[in-house]
Design a protein around this ligand. Structure first.
Ligand code: GDP
Length: 447
């Protein structure tokens, strides 16, 4: 990480809009701005949160009319002195302005450098900084809610409480050491066990929430499988209400998994239309079928489609965490006068072509994701780095619990300190340059 004694600059907006914002932050931000900006007042003389109107010029050559928003340390995103220059949204103007500011002493920011400065300056903890990236990337109501909650710090506060409770236990154990083995045991083992189990249960709840958190952030993967020609592509089209997948009369023509998304009540479902599951000699098609099995393995929900007139269902090897929805398609072709065909248990009768039976299917899709935690405002972990850290913390706590009766106090305390360490990596109390580098390099320039 660069030491924040220099001044960084980067475009803060994407190209294409009417207005572009260039952001500059660091000890010389106001001074550098004043070397190119002239208006009724200089940025260096303005109070924080002031907007100044004027022109940007390189010597005698005027580049643009701009608005400059002045931020004074520590009341800015980074915690440093900063300016945001709003200019006209021309790629040329932005490039010239950046070049000009760099010539006057600023440095082009690296990806995520504004946010990493906000973290180093104590404006955000690490999980809040990560939430900024999630917020910018959020594409659904649920993902937005998660990122906002995490950014506001509710999650950090919960972790802080857990850390605090563990620290109390660790210090009790250390106190016990100071008084020697013959002395009174300060941390009564039964009480200690109960406290550790209580904390462990809270960590477990956070770990379990990752299934939903990950689904919200990445979308819920849904694989559509079934024999060729049963109507998988038609069903997908019907679901998405658009002709994206290839519909064909020839069996086995859907060879490439096609990804498409559907937003149901703020949760994104990612559909993977796959080649029919059947044995074949055709190499290209076989590759498609292998991919179909692979997408079943990746899916949280498997829509297994069959022809209502031919209710033969291929056996599927599903994990307990996967949800299967059976769909008896083409019911429009059933002769109402003929004896009814008995459908397998729980199968949804449906006509993809005519759009009949779609509402119960959407209901099943909604029900397959338990999003109640989101509505209840419970903390949901959506970041895999946090998920891993929670696992490590839980393992350390388990080791301590396992050795409660046998381990000496100092080793017990050491295990608890390990759990504290891992929780601390989430919010960044404990971190390394390497971890920070990894996190912030995934940000865009200007964040
Ligand atoms: P896939 O190979 O499983 O993807 O099947 P397709 O979606 O390509 O459909 C195969 C054929 O079945 C096409 O001619 C579709 O129009 C037809 N089809 C699909 N769904 C229905 C349905 O609900 N009713 C009827 N009658 N035909 C359907």
């Amino acid at each position: 990480m660069n030491t924040p004694n220099d001044t960084i600059v980067a475009p803060a907006t994407a190209v294409g809009g009417a207005i572009a914002v260039v952001r500059m932050s660091g000890p010389s931000a106001l001074a550098i701005c004043d070397t190119v900006f002239s208006g009724a007042r200089r940025a260096g003389e303005a109070a924080g949160y002031t907007v100044l109107y004027g022109t940007i010029a390189d010597g005698a050559r005027v580049l643009d009319d701009v608005l400059v928003t002045v931020f004074r340390a520590p009341h800015s995103y980074t915690g440093e002195d900063a300016v945001e220059i709003s200019c006209h949204g021309s790629r040329y103007i932005v490039r010239e302005l950046l070049a000009l500011l760099v010539r006057r002493g600023a440095r082009m920011a690296t990806p995520g450098e504004f946010t990493s400065r906000a973290f180093l300056g104590g404006k955000l903890d690490l999980s809040q900084a990560e939430a900024v990236a999630d917020l910018i990337a959020s594409g659904s109501r649920a993902a937005h809610t998660l990122a906002t909650d995490q950014m506001r710090g509710g999650y950090s506060a919960e972790l802080e409480t857990l850390r605090g409770e563990l620290l109390r236990l660790a210090s009790l154990l250390e106190l016990e050491l100071d008084f020697g083995e013959e002395e009174v045991e300060f941390a009564d083992r039964t009480e200690l066990r109960a406290a550790m189990e209580r904390i462990g249960a809270k960590i477990d709840r956070l770990i379990d929430s990752f299934a939903l958190g990950n689904a919200i952030k990445e979308g819920v993967a849904v694989a559509i499988v079934g024999r060729p020609n049963v109507g998988k592509s038609t069903l997908l089209n019907r679901l998405l209400n658009e002709e994206r997948a290839l519909v064909s009369e020839i069996p086995g023509t859907t060879r490439d998994p096609i990804e498409a998304t559907l937003n149901l009540d703020g949760i994104l479902y990612r559909f993977i239309d796959t080649a029919g599951l059947r044995t074949t000699d055709d190499t290209v098609e076989r590759m498609g079928i292998e991919r179909a099995y692979a997408s079943v393995a990746r899916a949280q929900i498997v829509l297994q489609v069959f022809d209502a007139a031919d209710p033969a269902i291929e056996p599927l090897d599903l994990r307990p965490d996967q949800c299967r929805i059976l769909i008896a398609n083409k019911i429009d072709r059933m002769d109402p006068a003929a004896a009814p065909v008995s459908l397998p248990d729980g199968a949804l009768p449906l006509s993809a072509r005519e759009g009949r039976g779609m509402e119960p299917l959407l209901e099943r899709l909604r029900a397959a994701v338990d999003a109640s935690a989101l509505d209840d405002g419970r903390t949901i972990v959506s970041n895999s780095r946090h998920y891993e850290a929670l696992h490590h913390a839980r393992t350390a706590l388990d080791d301590a619990l396992g050795g409660l009766e046998t381990l000496p106090s100092d080793l017990l305390g050491e295990e608890i300190r390990q759990a504290i360490f891992h929780l601390g990596t989430i919010t960044g109390e404990i971190t390394t340059d390497e971890v920070l580098g990894q996190i912030f390099s995934k940000f865009c320039i200007g964040k």
